[in-house]
Design a protein around this ligand. Structure first.
Ligand code: CDP
Length: 242
């Protein structure tokens, strides 16, 4: 396949989606932009797009090898990836292994408490509403996803959790939580978005040091340095721009 990006279909906070000459395929372009609090806080972080592009390709390949169908096809260049075109399910799926972030705040618990088993949560994908938490019943009754799709997403999300937990564990990192998005294509449910430190919490084992976008959200240091360090942990080599 030699599919080049043509017109822009959608501009997100950290990515752009382009059409290609083939209606079944789109190009995802990773931007250097970092945002937090639904776009209220913004910055451009050098290398972030390229690092996320490579990390996401690596992790999506791993989960696909483990049997989770994904829309990811291949990396086209330093920032672009070819994806199967899907209809995004407007329900974000979060998996939590350890209490952190919004969950800690909502329940008045300290961050860092390990959960007895992973918790799967659902959020309605809506920037205008700040992605409110919903349950499966609401998703079904409001017509955002079917019961079968929700069951499928839950099972896949837990499978992805097993793969990612083992992957980060081998690199001295605890996978605290992460968010996934799925899409529909040809009657199937595919993992349809990036897996990056933008949408995951990754804490260095032992120290609890944040190796994810919380460094930006919480002003804990330089996000570019953090992502370069994570790159080194993932690939065992220093990040070099192409
Ligand atoms: O990040 P925040 O505390 O607002 O929300 P959370 O529900 O605690 O986030 C759980 C996980 O999902 C974290 O790893 C976030 O980075 C990720 N997330 C995301 O990628 N996009 C969102 N809109 C919300 C959460």
């Amino acid at each position: 396949m030699t599919l080049a990006p043509t017109t822009i279909l959608y501009e997100g906070k950290a990515k752009q989606v382009y059409a290609t000459a083939d209606a079944d395929w789109v190009v995802l372009r990773f931007k250097d932009d970092a945002t937090a609090f639904n776009g209220v806080k913004k910055a451009s972080i050098g290398d972030k797009g390229a690092i996320n592009c490579r990390i996401s390709a690596h992790l999506l390949t791993l989960v696909a090898e483990a049997g989770v169908p994904t829309a990811f096809a291949k990396v086209l260049n330093g920032r672009d990836q070819l994806f199967r075109r899907v209809e995004i399910v407007p329900v974000e799926v979060v998996v939590r292994n350890v209490v952190a972030g919004g969950f800690a705040k909502k329940l008045g618990r300290a961050e860092g408490e390990r959960l007895a088993r992973p918790i799967v949560e659902h959020f309605y994908k809506s920037d205008a509403l700040n992605d409110p938490q919903i349950n499966e019943d609401a998703a079904i009754v409001m017509g955002w996803a079917s019961a079968w799709e929700l069951a499928c997403m839950r099972e896949r999300a837990l499978q992805v959790n097993d793969v990612l937990k083992a992957f980060w564990d081998a690199r001295g990192i605890d996978l605290i939580d992460f968010k996934l998005e799925f899409g529909r294509a040809g009657g199937a449910i595919l993992l349809a978005d990036e897996i990056t430190p933008d949408g995951s919490r990754l804490w260095e084992r032992g120290t609890g040091r944040h190796l994810d976008k919380d460094v930006f959200r919480r002003d804990l240091g330089d996000l570019g340095d953090t992502y370069r360090e994570l790159y080194q942990r993932v690939f065992g080599t220093e990040y070099r721009a192409e």
